[in-house]
Design a protein around this ligand. Structure first.
Ligand code: SF4
Length: 431
């Protein structure tokens, strides 16, 4: 397919696809799906080899948020029966983080619900970061605390934070329909504050909220222009008790197309498969590893993921390997000053999108962020030759078809499980 040949060549050169090319990926047929995965997989392997970075979420403060993000189980007025608790003590958070690190996580994401931190909250999180780093010197710490005020990003950086997450979530045009208590511009501003402070920026999206293909392309192009080091892609978990509870719009095949489009637009960025993967990709999760180079291990903020052991087994069975603490996530050129929209040829940017503190898709997923950049050359380099129609590499051709041949398999509310273990509970975390 000419489209895929073009997209692979552009991805290997870090060149921005056109909007029409990105839209065409989303419009491909199920018959072409494995070809799309194979093509985007070549770009993934060029920049990240077969490595999978594991990230672990610690929900420092759960629920009771005054903001009204429609997708979030922690929002104002949410009737979702999630865990609600105030700030974990530094030692509690450190203990939870240690479970993730023991399970193979390279990054710990410290998330708190709320519009944004007070200066006292920043003090508290700074002590938490210090406690985690005392126990695990090499672990990357990403903070996800909402909208930042002047100077707060610098203080987090000084405390040892490596990264900051704040998602754009959806296109600028549709942002007002998702949240009214803050703006898209607020989110963009916080990501820029994090970047200015020298934190590795992490900013992504939530798909499945009723947006159009154009909205998805808008938000991913905006992310490329904003140039975070990592882009988490959440799939909405439609929590009962939230305004988007009935928004079951995704199929496993559509999720794969969205991930492939994101990889083509952000070829050398850490693309992270975030919340909703178990619910929406279901048995096709392993195919997504050909597109993303990063996932969350275990549970999300307010919902449960599959067992951490199942995550590790999936990675091994699919022929990928967990990225070690001594390995660098990002390609060398990004560590040298960032890239994304700047490098390669290619034309103009797009728009933007963003997410935030306690946010997740439906609030099961998580923030997640980018790597603190450094060095590291991609281990696998492939020639910019045209992709074949057959899936490349991969342990097998992957599952054929989806769970059903139909366009949807209906809501799978049975797969949405509220988190009852880990941070904020007496039960051991899932890692
Ligand atoms: S996404 Fe963040 S700010 Fe929005 S309602 Fe959820 S916790 Fe609050």
């Amino acid at each position: 397919m000419d489209l895929l040949n073009t997209l692979v060549e552009k991805g290997l050169r870090r060149e921005l696809p056109t909007r029409d090319e990105a839209l065409a990926v989303l419009a491909t047929s199920d018959d072409d799906l494995l070809d799309v995965v194979a093509a985007a997989g070549r770009v993934r392997r060029q920049w990240f080899g077969r490595r999978v970075k594991l990230n672990y979420l610690v929900n420092l403060k759960s629920g009771l948020c005054p903001e009204d993000c429609n997708y979030c189980s922690q929002r104002l007025g949410s009737k979702a029966e999630i865990l609600k608790y105030t700030w974990l003590k530094p030692e509690e958070a450190s203990k939870a983080a240690a479970a993730g690190v023991a399970g193979g996580a390279k990054r710990v994401c410290l998330v708190a619900s709320g519009r944004g931190p007070t200066d006292r909250d920043v003090d508290r999180v700074s002590r938490t970061i210090e406690a985690i780093k005392e126990e695990n010197e090499d672990v990357e710490v990403c903070a996800c605390l909402g909208l930042l005020s002047a100077g707060q990003a610098d203080r987090l950086r000084e405390a040892g934070a490596d990264a900051y997450n704040h998602n754009l979530n959806t296109s600028e045009a549709t942002y007002g329909a998702i949240t009214t208590t803050h703006t898209y511009a607020d989110r963009v501003d916080t990501v820029r504050q994090a970047q200015s402070a020298g934190l590795s920026a992490c900013s992504g999206l939530i798909a499945g909220m009723g947006e159009s293909d154009e909205d998805l392309v808008d938000v991913v192009f905006s992310l490329r222009e904003l140039d975070p080091d990592s882009v988490p892609v959440n799939f909405l978990i439609p929590f009962e008790g939230t305004p988007l509870a009935k928004e079951w719009n995704l199929t496993p095949q559509r999720c794969l197309r969205i991930l492939a489009m994101t990889r083509f637009v952000c070829p050398d960025v850490e693309v992270r498969l975030a919340g909703g993967r178990e619910v929406h990709l279901r048995t096709l999760q392993p195919l997504a590893l050909h597109l993303v180079n990063s996932i969350f291990l275990g549970d999300y903020l307010t919902s449960e993921g599959q067992a951490g052991k199942a995550d590790l087994d999936m990675i091994a069975d699919a022929g990928f390997e967990v990225e070690g603490a001594g390995e660098t996530t990002l390609p060398e050129h990004r560590a040298a000053g960032g890239c994304g929209s700047v490098c390669g040829s290619g034309g103009g940017g797009g728009n933007e999108s963003g997410n935030e503190s306690g946010s997740e898709s439906g609030s099961g997923s998580g923030g997640g962020c980018g790597t603190a950049g450094k060095s590291g050359v991609p281990e696998v380099t492939e020639p910019a030759t045209a992709p074949t129609g057959a899936p490349t590499g991969g342990p097998t051709g992957g599952p054929t078809g989806g769970p059903t041949g139909g366009p949807t398999s209906g809501p799978r509310t049975d797969l949405v499980t509220v988190r009852r273990r880990g941070a904020g509970t007496e039960l051991a975390p899932n890692a």
